[in-house]
Ligand binder design. Structure first.
Ligand code: TYM
Length: 351
């Protein structure tokens, strides 16, 4: 059976972007593949180096994974830091990864900008690179951030996964994972690691937009609608969505904020609802207030059962502890098997 791996960083509650970008794919795949879904707590240290309560953050994602329907009987659910074998593979991959290629990834540049407090608008790529090497800089960018893609590659290939359900924003990291797998094979003249492919549950990569005008929904973007949000909060967030005065010409192209509203509706509402408002738009009869009300209702209908289950699961500490204990055992077994072979390929003694 083919293996599938994916993870989410414990940096807050799961939002609709995480759900429709990743978790929905997890749910589909757990019935057909050997699935391992983990909580990427090491990765969270790249942007949250001093987590206030990492155990609690991990518990949050775990309860939300389970509430969404990830089934520990079907998939292995584990915490990244419970599987130290990953770190050893990360080290080997780093030995053959170039600083240049790591520095060129878009997510590194974005996060480096944030860590260095450099304004995106006024800085060229060259300036970011100069600042990173500027030893006098009182802020510095961590090597962990730079090597984020090698750790992610290690997460995936340690289980020899062939498919990885992720959102569109992970495309470049996935490209790097394939590159590092290929490079390992070439370096040691073996055909050992498969090159993992991104998996999208729909026909194309999903990018859940924010409703604040542009870009994607994200925790750090401050525009997320969380699965745990209550009805009132959801309504408030949706009603605040950026709109305009409405089209004046029939069938006009939607400006980005409006297109985002429609994309969100396409994701959570029924096709009939989407078609209804789309037609209204095309006939210049759209009333955004009505559309937002409907969207808020549909989001709430989607989140309500998950919300209830989250609260239920969080009250069952014993169950959650058992899930990650058993998950860690299974994940370590799979990881140790690969690592033993890797050690032999490189020329180290197997464990
Ligand atoms: P993270 O925690 O940022 O996001 C987790 C997953 O949610 C998806 N996602 C989105 N998809 C569509 N639209 C959005 N607005 C949106 N926001 C988030 C992300 O694409 C992702 O699939 N690098 C990973 C964590 C990771 C990982 C891995 C994933 C570490 N190791 C190995 C897969 C395999 C990340 O930053 O996730």
């Amino acid at each position: 059976m083919e293996t599938v791996v994916s993870g989410i960083r414990p940096t807050g509650n799961l939002h609709l972007g995480n759900y429709f970008g990743a978790v929905k794919g997890f749910l589909q795949m757990q019935n057909e593949y050997n699935c391992l879904f983990f909580i990427a707590d090491w990765h969270s240290l790249t942007t949250h180096p001093h987590p206030e309560n990492i155990r609690n953050s991990v518990r949050t994602i775990l309860s939300e994974y389970l509430a969404c329907g990830i089934d520990p009987e079907k998939a292995t659910i584990y915490v990244q830091s419970d599987v130290p074998e990953v770190v050893e593979l990360y080290l080997y991959l780093n030995m053959n990864a170039g600083i240049g290629e790591l520095m060129r990834t878009a997510s590194f540049k974005d996060k480096a900008r944030q860590q260095l407090h450099i304004d995106r608008v006024h800085t060229s790529e060259g300036d970011v690179e100069r600042e990173i090497f500027n030893e006098g800089n009182k802020h510095s960018v961590s090597a962990g951030l730079l090597t984020y893609p090698t750790l992610m590659a290690a997460d995936i290939i340690i289980h020899k996964a062939v498919k990885v359900p992720v959102g569109k924003d992970q495309e470049q990291n996935m490209e790097m994972a394939r590159r590092f797998a290929r490079r390992f094979n070439m370096t040691y003249g073996v055909d050992f690691f498969p090159e993992p492919a991104s998996f999208y549950y729909s026909h194309k990569a999903v990018k859940v937009p924010g409703l604040d005008g542009s870009g994607k929904m994200g925790k750090s973007e401050g525009n997320a609608i969380y699965l745990i949000d209550d009805e009132k909060t959801i309504k408030k967030k949706v009603m605040k969505a950026v709109t305009d005065a409405g089209p004046t010409e029939p069938n006009s192209v939607k400006p980005e904020p409006i297109a985002n509203l429609f994309t969100m509706m396409e994701i959570v509402s029924s096709k009939d609802t989407y078609d209804y408002f789309n037609e209204k738009y095309n006939n210049c009869e759209i009333r955004y207030g009505d559309m937002k009300k409907q969207l808020a209702e549909d989001i709430n209908n989607f989140c309500a059962p998950i919300r209830e289950r989250i609260l239920d699961i969080r009250s069952n500490e014993e169950f959650m502890a058992k899930v990650v204990r058993q998950g860690a055992e299974k994940a370590r077994e799979s990881a140790a098997k690969t690592l033993n072979e890797v050690r032999q390929i490189i020329g180290f003694r197997p464990y």
